[in-house]
Design a protein around this ligand. Structure first.
Ligand code: UDP
Length: 277
């Protein structure tokens, strides 16, 4: 794996989906070790600034994939030569944000692709048909993971799901959940408890698994797979405007989207300009 790309203290791997699938295959075949894959987005990077323990958990992962065009932008913008004047700095940040909007190649120079938890779920399930990986879905509201499995099995008929359970990320329930998962003997575990709960849960429990070799925090991916939540139309996604779609369809997310956009850009700008927060 190439060198990590550090964004405000969070380390990312410069990978595409195909690289993640290759890494998953290596992890599963290695057998003896257990791996966590994290999918940090701008909101998680913002959160990690004031939550050192969470940042350490993210950085302890075997693989950290950039879930959000904002992460690709930050990697590109931070790699640019630092403009000397304050005015030049403002022009530089605005210019780089325009590059995101117009999907210019430069944005993909440092980190080559956006790799979302939602797409990873589909791609890993698809690949599991060839590789025989057994999959378990943990999290989402009761009944949703079952619907997701039905839909995924229609699309990928050779995929093998060893089970699913809603559960809760509460520490009091985790031993019981781990036992349940161990009995089902999956190779790959998707955990959808939202961030930071899902990464903290995986970090606390990874060592308790007997068959799981890879655990991945995937946020709302099970909701998407079940058709309960709708992904943004392709055009908006390709323009890096998935956050805008979520704002219109789920206005209660305003605070989270504000953190993922304005607060994140401000954080990265200040970091580049060497302004203490
Ligand atoms: N969730 C859960 N138990 C909890 C909290 C959340 O199962 O105690 C699930 C929730 O149902 C959803 C997922 O965690 O399926 C988080 O989704 P969200 O859209 O917030 O994640 P994002 O993709 O934004 O990280």
């Amino acid at each position: 794996m190439k060198e990590k790309v550090n964004i405000a203290g969070v380390e990312f791997d410069a990978v595409r989906y195909i690289d993640v699938l290759t890494a998953v295959e290596v992890f599963v075949n290695q057998g003896h070790q257990k791996h966590m894959i994290v999918t940090p987005n701008p909101e998680m990077v913002v959160y990690s600034q004031k939550h050192e323990d969470f940042r350490k958990i993210l950085n302890s992962a075997s693989l950290a994939v950039p879930d959000g065009i904002g992460i690709l932008w930050a990697a590109h913008y931070l790699s640019l030569p630092r403009s000397k004047s304050g005015f030049g700095g403002i022009i530089q940040v605005i210019g780089s944000l325009f590059q995101v909007f117009f999907k210019m190649k430069a944005i993909y120079r440092v980190l080559p692709a956006r790799v979302t938890g939602a797409d990873l779920l589909f791609k890993i399930v698809e690949e599991s048909q060839k590789k025989g990986w057994r999959i378990y879905l943990l999290g989402a509201a009761p009944g949703i993971a079952g619907i997701a499995i039905d839909r995924l099995c229609k699309k990928y008929p050779k995929a093998v799901f060893s089970g699913s359970f809603a559960g809760t990320p509460a520490e009091t329930h985790e031993d019981e959940l781990c036992e349940r998962i161990n009995l089902a003997e999956p190779d790959i575990l998707f955990v959808a408890y939202g961030s930071p709960a899902q990464e903290e849960w995986i970090h606390r429990n990874l060592h308790k698994f007997s068959s799981v070799k890879v655990a991945i925090g995937v946020g709302g991916a099970i909701d998407f797979a079940a058709g309960k939540a709708k992904r943004a139309p392709k055009l908006l996604r390709s323009l890096g405007l998935e956050w805008f779609w979520r704002l219109i369809t789920q206005p209660r997310r305003f605070k989270r989207i504000w953190n993922a956009t304005f607060v994140f850009v401000k954080l990265i700008f200040r970091l580049k300009r060497g302004i203490d927060s």
